[in-house]
Design a protein around this ligand. Structure first.
Ligand code: URA
Length: 432
């Protein structure tokens, strides 16, 4: 019989030497993480060994399941299919705000547990919180009840959902062990599987503003995410999508919510609309509601945006969580608005999403520490479509800032992020 390494020090040594752990060993380790019996220094040492020597697919699945089982797993009534979407993080990515009510309107139940801004990327919860009164800190029972009633709700990770991941994630953040594909897969899946959904859609970003800079590493992450989900009986599809430039014309929390509402009402930028429709169709297909299975077509989904049905579902969701959309409409604009202008002639191909995300974070639209308060009003509003010929002095974008100094600093930083003469590539790079 295989020897069971129950002491954390033995597991650390085994991983340091590159050996694989058994499922039971990982369960034991994760339960020590969740209960607090394993101290930070041993957890951190194991994380670094796992970061350096990797986890094979069996270990990654076992880690994800053990972390899922470290807390509550949501239970649902009989009813419409349950689905959720996860994006690996982008700039200007407000798709979840549109996709969740749209997919609910199309017939699914969407229990969406989302995250906050991470590094230079935005977070759905921070965007939602720019709506006055909106509560995203829900008890799990309340969250389940809202999904059962409205077919859609959005909240943050609660202390009782995958608590082992919560602890490991904060240790990873502090020990430079976040960017490991197996650790990322296990972390994301532990929470998504705890939602008890039938299907999952992953939007894996690749490019300048993504954590995965190239298609190959994004594909590896996408394959890991879909592989683990499928091996646990959850249908999954992943799209590798480009994050070289921001999505849509706005970056910044309230600005993005406003743009999402435009798309929910049938207008707004076409890149956001098209990617949302493709993700919604993929979500429905992975939940057994493709067009061929009598589900809605892409045109039907577009119609739900155009005729206001998806927006009505969004309003119900927001109001059920305390949000006041009239107060949102009445929000002031940021104190300072400053133009970013072109300093040369050429074809303006958009803004480097990584540099833009960092700049909006510097302006107060994101965080450097978890205890920082976000300024919902600051951000970026693109004035000119990408791939337009410009002359020097032409306004490209408007910066919304809290003061002149941060606006001027943003303009300075963004000059180096302007992309010139680069033909646009398709947004969807691969589907797995
Ligand atoms: N999001 C997560 O939930 N976990 C990771 O490891 C990375 C992104």
């Amino acid at each position: 019989m295989e020897e069971l390494n129950t002491q954390p020090v033995d597991l650390i040594a085994a991983k340091r030497e590159g050996s694989a752990h058994s499922r039971e060993e990982l369960r034991h380790f994760v339960s020590g993480i969740a209960s607090g019996l394993i101290p930070d220094y041993q957890a951190a040492a194991w994380l670094m060994a796992a970061y350096l020597n990797g986890l094979d697919s069996e270990e990654t699945i076992a880690l994800a399941l053990a972390m899922r089982d470290s807390g509550s797993i949501l239970e649902w009534s009989e009813g419409p299919g349950l689905s959720d979407k996860h994006s690996t993080g982008g700039v200007g990515d407000k798709i979840s705000l549109i996709l969740a009510p749209l997919a609910a309107e199309a017939g699914l139940r969407i229990p969406m547990i989302s995250g906050r801004s991470l590094a230079h990327t935005g977070g759905t919860l921070d965007k939602l919180e720019s709506i006055p009164g909106m509560s995203v800190d829900l008890e799990l029972a309340e969250f389940v009840s809202l999904v059962e009633t409205n077919r859609v709700a959005m909240c943050g990770q609660t202390p009782d959902l995958a608590p082992a991941d919560r602890r490991l994630y904060s240790l990873r953040d502090a020990t430079a062990t976040v960017s490991s594909i197996p650790l990322i897969c296990a972390s994301i899946l532990s929470k998504k599987l705890a939602e008890g959904t039938d299907s999952l859609v992953f939007d894996v970003k690749a490019g300048r503003g993504a954590f995965m800079k190239d298609t190959a590493s994004a594909r590896e992450l996408a394959a890991g995410l879909t592989g683990i989900a499928r091996s646990t009986g959850v249908n999954a599809v992943a799209m590798v999508t480009s994050m070289d430039r921001p999505l849509g014309l706005t970056v910044g929390n309230a600005l993005e919510v406003r743009e999402a509402i435009e798309v929910l009402r049938g207008s707004g930028p076409t890149d956001i609309r098209d990617l949302t429709l493709d993700l919604a169709a993929a979500m429905l297909a992975s939940a057994g509601m493709s067009e061929a299975e009598n589900g809605p077509s892409i045109e039907d989904l577009g119609e739900m945006l155009d005729n206001g049905r998806a927006y009505s579902r969004f309003v119900v969701m927001v109001e059920s969580q305390g949000g006041d959309l009239e107060a949102f409409d009445a929000l002031p604009t940021a104190a300072v608005r400053m133009e970013l202008t072109s300093d040369r002639s050429g074809v303006w191909s958009g803004m480097d999403a990584g540099i833009l995300g960092e700049t909006v974070r510097m302006m107060g639209g994101g965080r450097y520490r978890m205890d920082q308060v976000i300024d919902p009003l600051v951000g970026w509003e693109q004035l000119l479509p990408c791939d337009t010929a410009v002359i020097p002095g032409e306004p490209l974008a408007l910066l919304h800032a809290s003061d002149n100094d941060s606006a001027a600093e943003a303009v300075r930083l963004l000059q180096s992020g302007i992309i010139w003469n680069e033909p646009a590539q398709p947004l969807i790079r691969e589907v797995l």
